[in-house]
Ligand binder design. Structure first.
Ligand SMILES: [Zn+2]
Length: 357
């Protein structure tokens, strides 16, 4: 497990690894990035599933961590258990998103709070990082945050049409397989996984197998992770460094969330998870901080989930401070890893953080 490639990319910043083993025994990655001894507001960054904290520190573009440091914040990067920098997506560990909502996020927040004292703590979260955060918030496990930016999805997951269908079929077909790789060298040329690569390559203008499986198929789900032309060529060439294998044990939970367009608890029979509500959306009134919902206008994974979330929360809980900003021309993950993200996206995030720091 290598959790230290970050410091080389953050000019002049100090990167401190903070050991974190959560109470079910799972070791996670957490690091604090700082540049001086100033008392800066802290910002916890939560990556998407199979990505990692690396998605916020791209060396080839102006990345979010550098932008936050320049704006006077102290970024904290959590590699929760679905990170590609940790072994759990490939080593047969069975986990669910409940574990992230119950253990990873609340215990990371508690640890950071212990370090920063009374300074404000804000969160910027992407994809499953944002979805699992919404469950932690609805469970009342992370009260008192100063503000939350949720990109792509939050309390109301709604899959892009083609992905919705494949998620239902795929969850059955792939139930007993371990994971779907995105790097064909890891999948093996004659493995069952290679069929998914072959299907993803059909009609693709791009020759890179990792790009084909992420852009045309998103691990075989039929979704798409980014608008192709929004990526820097260097980012495109190292997609396999940024995205890892998807453990298929997570699919049934996504499928369960879909019909209700709500984040639900997966482990109903196990008493350890009783701290999580059965349906997070039903407990949205526990949200106690301003929320900015972000989405690319061309999100082909979660479609208009965050627009829907904004409408639902505005109707049901008009007292909440919830806003929605759509980024024209962006897809799912390019709002963070796109070559013009610093110009087109990060300003929206900074404006919101500055207002609530
Ligand atoms: Zn490509």
């Amino acid at each position: 497990m290598n959790l230290r490639p970050l410091c080389a990319r953050l000019d002049g910043a100090a990167v401190e690894d903070v050991p974190l083993r959560v109470s079910d025994g799972t070791r996670l990655g957490l690091c604090r990035v700082s540049r001086d001894d100033r008392d800066r507001p802290a910002v916890l960054l939560l990556h998407g599933h199979t990505a990692s904290a690396d998605m916020f520190t791209l060396p080839e573009t102006r990345n979010l961590v550098a932008v936050l440091l320049d704006a006077g914040y102290e970024p904290w990067l959590l590699d929760w258990r679905g990170s590609r920098r940790l072994p759990y997506n490939e080593d047969g560990t069975r986990y669910s998103y409940d574990d992230v909502s119950l253990y990873d996020i609340p215990e990371a927040v508690a640890l950071i709070r212990g370090r920063i004292g009374n300074r404000p703590l804000l969160v910027v979260a992407h994809c499953v990082g944002a979805m699992t955060l919404s469950m932690s918030m609805a469970a009342g496990l992370v009260p008192g945050l100063a503000g939350v930016v949720a990109q792509g999805v939050f309390l109301t997951p709604k899959l892009y049409g083609r992905a919705r269908l494949r998620m239902h079929i795929g969850a059955e077909i792939m139930r007993n397989r371990g994971y779907q790789a995105v790097d064909i060298r890891r999948a093996g040329l004659w493995s069952k996984q290679s069929l998914v690569f072959a299907l993803a390559s059909l009609g693709s203008e791009c020759k890179d197998p990792t790009c084909q499986i992420l852009h045309n198929s998103a691990w075989g789900t039929g979704a798409s992770l980014y608008v192709h032309e929004n990526l820097h060529p260097l980012t495109h060439d190292r997609l396999a460094d940024l995205f890892g294998s998807a453990p298929l044990c997570a699919l049934p939970h996504l499928r369960q969330n879909e019909p209700a367009h709500a984040v639900t608890r997966w482990n109903d029979a196990d008493g350890r998870y009783r701290a999580l509500p059965q349906n997070a959306l039903d407990h949205a009134d526990r949200i106690d901080c301003p929320v900015l919902l972000l989405s690319g206008s061309r999100n082909r994974l979660w479609a208009d989930s965050n627009k829907l979330c904004h409408e639902v929360l505005r109707t049901r809980h008009p007292q909440l401070d919830v806003r929605y900003t759509e980024i024209p021309g962006f897809g799912h993950v390019d709002p963070f890893i796109g070559r013009s993200a610093a110009i087109d996206v990060f300003g929206h995030i900074l404006d919101f953080l500055d207002e609530h720091r």
